[in-house]
Structure formats: structure tokens, C-alpha cells
Design a protein around this ligand. Structure first.
Ligand SMILES: Cc1cc2nc3c(=O)[nH]c(=O)nc-3n(C[C@H](O)[C@H](O)[C@H](O)COP(=O)(O)OP(=O)(O)OC[C@H]3O[C@@H](n4cnc5c(N)ncnc54)[C@H](O)[C@@H]3O)c2cc1C
Length: 561
């Protein structure tokens, strides 16, 4: 039996109706507007005016289905409200909404909506839950997002789908071999098979195998940064450390901008199941945990610039009151009174010929449901011996027919927690091969057909028909962009903080006053989600102390002579 959709199971929470008294209470947050019959209250791809509470009349909410046809989602009457997470952040709408008859609505702009959510705790919770569930239900059907035309196993299709999935953005995929709508698009835009995938954006623009930045800008995920604005804090990295800083700093009244070059969630967002995060006894997927933090940060008014990559940090002179400048890959600039470096670490690659030819489609650095689906019923191999490797093995074993765990050392227990070692030992379709090293990859067009590994003790080379290879062999700090900043790094490139960075530095402060480093990128940090979140919370006290000391005293009014 198919799993019921969220729309079927939680409809009453997705579409709550506000009581007359509740509407009266929130009137102060908005302004009333009127719409004529057939007029649009929201249009896919356009940034709307905010959340809209219907005071009179009915509004049809639709999404664009096959061939651009309007498919009904719901009809809102008086007391219902229009909006989903996009309206919280002032992003383009994912649905269309038209007045069925003359309509009167209370329009609540994004900044006023955030104020309402904080001021009205119980009502705010109901509205917030509805906004989140509406996004989840749009994700289920892919409504309002771009349409990717390409084969499921194509590396660029995986790249684009992975990018949108990690950013919680709806998307649809059409197979050019089987889908008549895909074939119609290919013919209409004269696309050669070699130009696939193509992406049709909600604004009607067609992109040919775009980069993530191009796609994000086309669908309005990221907007230009105001070069004149000086933020209290600029956070580089939207992993658990950066998101924690954002939530705690913004909830205490600081203006915060968070940049991430890929997606919110960082490495944690790639974790299939986090079992050691406080308060989740049955575990939680990294994506679910991080999506909550991302939404929470937006509720407190944090500005998100994703994807945007910091390429340099400029620290003008030594004056503590000069704003820092972050230079971005797209040549924009961010000015901020303080900077938190939370840019984490990246996966180490295997020294193996042709590895890059298979990356994306057959060689993976994380094991999410997307990769697990690709491995269904196949033999896969995983290299690594840490906890993240162990979790991925356990997860993949429930999808793949066989998982080879290739280990350089001799003892799995040397680097992996005991509970994972025991769990792996109990899995009949997992085989641990110690003292082994991958010696060759075989396949074509990015599709892996077999791998070879050499056994360290015997020197014998083994070949297996492995279609997917997972690499969990550690990480290096994302600190290349800091090379001209003058910040003190340890020999491996991790950022030094506290006493290690200079005699009188605060905890988490780098060798440059006002610049802080937290989470995996920090030298000697504990590489765990909980530690990253803890440091993200802790650094806010240091930020307050620095900003209070750096802010010039208000000038005394001149006394009349
Ligand atoms: C597959 C996997 C499973 C894991 N499972 C667990 C687990 O179960 N429990 C646990 O405690 N830990 C787990 N970990 C470890 C945990 O995820 C990390 O310790 C944690 O995510 C570190 O958080 P962070 O915010 O410091 O950095 P990261 O999570 O690495 O986030 C850094 C962010 O910065 C961004 N960034 C980098 N450079 C730039 C730049 N120049 N400009 C803009 N943005 C930039 C990156 O895109 C990234 O999103 C796992 C890790 C992996 C890879």
C-alpha cells in the first residue's frame, strides 16, 4: 500500500483556520488589501507581499502540473491564510493564488510575520507548523520548483537534484527516454542529447546543465547582498556551528548574515541518521535536524546567502571598530562588525586514477536516501573506519545486497565506537576487509562497473562487481580562502583560537580580535554535531563582549557655554 501523503495525514494542521478574535489580535502586524475576481494574490516565481490572512471571499491556490496546467491544492476562505516558508524569508512564491470572487486580505510582510511569530507564542506555533508542513507537502510533489530533464543516473542530474534537495527546495525530474513532456521540451528548445540535463525554471527561463549558482539565482534562492549594510555578525558556513550562532545571535537582537557555498546543514546535513545528538533517543536524520535549525534562524530574522562562497577576509588595519570585509566568489562584498568562521571541513579524496570520472554518479562522500536508492540490490564498497563510515555502512546494508567495508588498518574498533562495531558485526551482508587499499576503478561514462583492491598482507588483488563506492576517509579544513587573512592556523590548516592564538584571546577568538572560529574548522575541536552547536551558542557571549567594547561611546552633547 502506498504511504499516505502528508496532505492526507495532516491536512488540519496544514490548513488551520484562525478565529475572529485571533485575526483581530494580529491586525496590528498587517495592512488590508482588496483583490478583484480572477486577480492574482501570488504568482509562482514572484516575490510576494508576505503572508495573507483572508478576511472575505475565496482564493484558489494551485500548482503548475503537467504542461503548465493549474492543479488545485486548496481553496482558502475567510480565516485561512496563504503562505509557506518562502513568505517567512521574502523568497519567490512556489504556488499561484487567484481570487475566486472579490477578496479582502490582511497582508503581513515577512519582517512583520517574524515579529508576529515571536510575539504570539501559541498562534505563532500553529502558523509556523503550517508553513513548514506546506513546504514539506510541496516537496513531496515537487510543486513550484524547477523541472530537471535528464536521466536519473546522470552525474549532473544527481548534482542538481542533490543541491535542491539539500536546500529543501522542490523540484521535478523528467526522464527524456520515457516522458512525453520531456521529449516535447527537448524538441521545443532544440536540445542535443549531449546538452542534457536542461532545467526549466518557474520564470520560464531554460538553463543548459547549469552550475548550482546559476540555478539558485534563476529560481530566486539567493539575492544580491546590500554592500552598504554593516551586519553585527557575518557567519561563514551554515553547518550546525554556523546555524547555532545564527539562532542564538539573532534571538538576542544582533543582525546576522550567514553565507554558505553549498547548502545549509554542512556535513551534518549529509548524515543519514544522527544517533548521538541530545534529545533524540530514536535518532534523527541530519537533514531533518538542520532544516529545523535553518527555519528557526529565519524566524529570528537571520539573512541567508546560500549559495555564496567567501573567498577572502579583509581585516582593515588594527582598529577594532572598522568593519571586516568578506569578499565573495561572485565579487560581492559583505561588511560586518565581527566574523564567525564556521566553514567546517571537506572530505578527503582517494589517491586513485580516474576517481574524478566516477565522482557524482558512482563515487559518493555521503549516504543519503538518494544514494541508497541507487544502490538497491547491488554490491557496494565503502572505504573508511570512523564513526561516519560505520553509520553509512549500517544504513547502506539495509538497501544494498552486499557492503564491503575496506579498512586500511587491522582493527575496526581502533577508530569506531563500540556500538557501531557491534552493529556491523551483526549484519550478515557486510564484510570487513582489513589491511586493504583500493587499487583500481573500472567502468565507463562515469558509471562504475567494478573495483579492485589489494590486500596488504598477501598482496593479492581482488576484483568485485561494485557499482557504487563510498569514501569516508576523513576531512581537511576549509581554510584555503583564509590564506591571505593572516589568521594563525595549525600545521594541518585548522584555525587556532583562544590561548593557542595569542596570550589574551577569548575562548573561540582567533589571532585577530573580532574574528572567531567554531566547529570542525577550529583546531582541536571535537568533531561532532553537539560540539559544533555548543560552540555556536558559546561564541555569542564572546560576540556581545567584543561588540560592546568595539562600539564607540555615544558622543556627549556639547554643553552650552
Ligand atoms: C556523513 C557524516 C555523518 C556524520 N554523522 C555524525 C553523527 O552522527 N554525529 C555527530 O556528532 N557528528 C557526525 N558527523 C560529524 C558532524 O557532521 C560535524 O562534526 C559537524 O557537521 C561540524 O559542523 P560545522 O558546522 O563545524 O561544519 P560543517 O558541518 O562542515 O559545515 C561547514 C559549512 O561551511 C560551508 N563552507 C565551507 N567553506 C565555505 C566558504 N568559503 N564560504 C561559504 N561557506 C563555506 C560548507 O559548505 C558547510 O556547509 C558526521 C559527518 C559526516 C560527513
Amino acid at each position: 500500500m502506498p504511504t499516505p501523503s502528508i496532505m492526507e495525514t495532516r491536512r488540519h494542521q496544514i490548513f488551520p483556520t484562525l478565529a475572529a478574535a485571533e485575526i483581530e489580535r494580529v491586525r496590528r502586524f498587517g495592512e488590508v488589501s482588496c483583490y478583484g475576481t480572477g486577480e492574482a494574490l501570488a504568482r509562482v516565481g514572484d516575490v510576494g507581499r508576505g503572508m495573507m490572512i483572508i478576511l472575505a471571499g475565496n482564493v484558489d491556490v494551485t500548482h503548475r502540473g503537467e504542461g503548465g496546467r493549474h492543479e488545485p491544492i486548496v481553496t482558502h476562505g475567510p480565516g485561512a491564510f496563504l503562505g509557506e516558508l518562502a513568505q517567512l524569508a521574502g523568497k519567490p512564491a512556489l504556488v499561484d493564488a487567484h481570487a475566486r470572487e472579490p477578496v479582502q486580505a490582511l497582508i503581513i510582510a515577512p519582517d512583520r510575520l517574524r515579529a508576529l511569530l515571536i510575539a504570539e507564542a501559541e498562534l505563532g506555533e500553529r502558523i509556523m507548523r503550517a508553513l513548514i508542513l506546506r513546504r514539506v507537502s510541496l516537496l513531496e510533489v515537487g510543486a513550484g520548483g524547477p523541472v530537471i530533464v535528464g536521466r536519473v543516473d546522470n552525474a549532473d542530474v544527481l548534482r542538481l537534484e542533490g543541491f535542491l534537495r539539500r536546500n529543501g527546495h522542490p523540484r521535478q525530474r523528467l526522464n527524456p527516454d520515457t516522458d512525453p513532456e520531456a521529449r516535447a521540451l527537448i524538441e521545443r528548445f532544440h536540445i542535443d542529447p549531449g546538452q542534457l540535463p536542461i532545467v526549466l525554471c518557474p520564470n520560464g527561463e531554460l538553463l543548459r546543465n547549469p552550475g548550482e549558482n546559476e540555478l539558485a539565482r534563476c529560481i530566486g534562492m539567493v539575492r544580491p547582498i546590500d554592500p552598504n549594510r554593516v551586519y553585527d555578525v557575518a557567519v561563514v558556513g551554515a553547518g550546525p556551528a554556523g546555524l547555532a550562532t545564527a539562532v542564538y545571535a539573532a534571538s538576542e537582537g544582533l543582525s546576522v548574515l550567514v553565507l554558505d557555498c553549498r547548502a545549509f546543514g554542512g556535513q551534518a546535513g549529509a548524515s543519514a541518521r544522527i544517533e548521538n545528538y541530545l534529545g533524540f533517543p530514536t535518532g534523527i536524520s541530519g537533514m531533518a535536524l538542520m532544516a529545523r535549525a535553518h527555519t528557526q534562524a529565519q524566524k529570528f530574522g537571520v539573512e541567508m546567502a546560500i549559495p555564496d562562497e567567501a573567498t577572502a577576509l579583509r581585516t582593515p588595519g588594527d582598529a577594532t571598530d572598522s568593519p571586516f570585509v568578506l569578499e565573495l566568489f561572485n565579487e560581492e562584498r559583505v561588511r560586518a562588525r565581527s566574523v564567525v568562521i564556521a566553514c567546517g571541513a571537506r572530505y578527503r579524496r582517494l589517491a586513485c586514477t580516474d576517481l574524478d570520472a566516477f565522482e557524482g554518479a558512482s563515487v559518493h562522500y555521503w549516504a543519503s536516501p538518494l544514494e541508497a536508492k541507487l544502490c538497491a540490490g547491488q554490491e557496494v564498497a565503502l572505504v573508511g573506519g570512523g564513526n561516519s563510515a560505520g553509520q553509512a555502512v549500517v544504513y547502506l546494508a539495509s538497501h544494498a545486497s552486499k557492503v564491503w567495508l575496506l579498512l586500511r588498518g587491522t582493527d575496526l574498533g581502533a577508530s569506531m565506537s563500540r556500538y557501531l562495531v557491534d552493529r556491523i558485526a551483526a549484519l550478515p551482508n557486510v564484510e570487513v576487509v582489513t589491511r586493504s587499499q583500493v587499487s583500481g576503478l573500472e567502468g565507463r561514462d562515469g558509471v562504475l562497473e567494478a573495483i579492485r583492491w589489494r590486500n596488504g598482507s598477501s598482496g593479492v588483488e581482488v576484483r568485485r562487481p561494485v557499482g557504487h563506492l563510498f569514501l569516508f576517509i576523513g576531512a581537511e579544513p576549509n581554510t584555503d580562502w583564509l590564506s591571505g587573512s593572516g589568521l594563525a592556523l595549525d600545521p594541518k590548516g585548522f584555525v587556532l583560537t583562544g590561548a593557542d592564538a595569542g596570550g589574551d584571546r577569548l575562548a573561540l577568538e582567533t589571532s585577530r580580535r573580532g574574528v572567531f572560529a567554531i566547529g570542525d574548522v577550529r583546531s582541536n575541536s571535537i568533531k561532532r554535531v553537539a560540539a559544533a552547536v555548543g560552540e555556536g551558542a558559546q561564541v555569542v557571549a564572546a560576540l556581545h563582549a567584543f561588540l560592546a567594547a568595539a562600539r564607540p561611546e555615544p558622543a556627549l552633547a556639547a554643553r552650552p557655554g
